[in-house]
Design a protein around this ligand. Sequence first.
Ligand SMILES: NC(=O)c1ccc[n+]([C@@H]2O[C@H](COP(=O)([O-])OP(=O)(O)OC[C@H]3O[C@@H](n4cnc5c(N)ncnc54)[C@H](O)[C@@H]3O)[C@@H](O)[C@H]2O)c1
Length: 317
Amino acid sequence: MATVEQFDDFDITAICDADPARVEAWQQRVGGRGFTRHTDLLEAPPDVVVVALPHALHGVVSVEAMGAGCHVIVEKPMATTVEDLRSMLKTARDRRRALIVSETGSFEPGVVETGRRYARGDLGRFLTGSSINARRYFNSDRPQWFLDSQASGGGMFGNVGLHRLANARGCLPGAIPASVTAAVAHVPEHAVEACTSALVRYRDGGSMLYEEVGYFERPPWLNGGRHFIFEKGMVSWDDTTWRMMPRDGAEITRDLPPAETTYASVYRNLLLAIDGQPCAPETRELAQDAAIAQAAYESGRTGRDVDLGSEDWRIES
Ligand SMILES: NC(=O)c1ccc[n+]([C@@H]2O[C@H](COP(=O)([O-])OP(=O)(O)OC[C@H]3O[C@@H](n4cnc5c(N)ncnc54)[C@H](O)[C@@H]3O)[C@@H](O)[C@H]2O)c1
């Protein structure tokens, strides 16, 4: 809800949380009607519902909200099953409702710069890339449901790993993920994983390797970050500078614009979608990200490649 408060285009008219104390705290802060059951809130449906719940509830609550006539902005991950993802996309289409996922990873300035150059053909073919996120996932202020694989739909990769999948999607517009192979490691003290290595292959070639590691604090000497290797050079960036090392060794650097207010991009897309205009990324692409995370868990369980184009995994356009 804190994200909505930032934007003048929206008024908060109602709050729902299963915990009455949280409802009361929010009402004191922003006013509005208060509910502990979302079905009661939907009896007088607001224009837009923000769904920010334990992940396994994202699908069903979003579908019910759209069914009641609301546009929906849903937190990442969009849902935890392919069935829910399909049902959300179908309901949005059938009911002509806007459905936007609150994920900003494809709007980061370095990602946008890479994506623009890739789409123009400046970088040539995408060959390979790598993204490593190391941090302590099991921090003490994390709500307990994140550590329940049923409620959260998995662990670190299915949650914050989505940001890295969104980075790659933004860097590689039009690239179609074809398959996922993953290894998922657990330690006895935690029910959900915080160590996943996943390889995503693209239909036209190229692959991305993801490592999400959350059992330790990240020491300063551990290499992290991400890079993308294209036919014409290696690319990476930080908050201020985009860099490319072409084959001739003459490094190219570009200053990056400051990042927008967090979530501004997401709420702009919501307004566009409500207006019936196209927005990028399409929600189907975010559904694909969520499916990739679940496919990684499936691959980890079975030890097999998951074909994202197969009947069980396909996200229709
Ligand atoms: N985009 C981001 O960078 C980002 C950052 C933080 C959190 N999130 C996402 O936001 C969502 C919420 O995360 P959080 O950290 O605020 O968790 P949280 O546990 O603080 O909030 C979830 C709330 O849902 C309530 N709830 C549970 N079941 C309910 C039900 N059936 N009906 C109504 N309320 C119910 C709980 O009482 C709780 O207050 C998650 O999807 C999380 O991944 C995204």
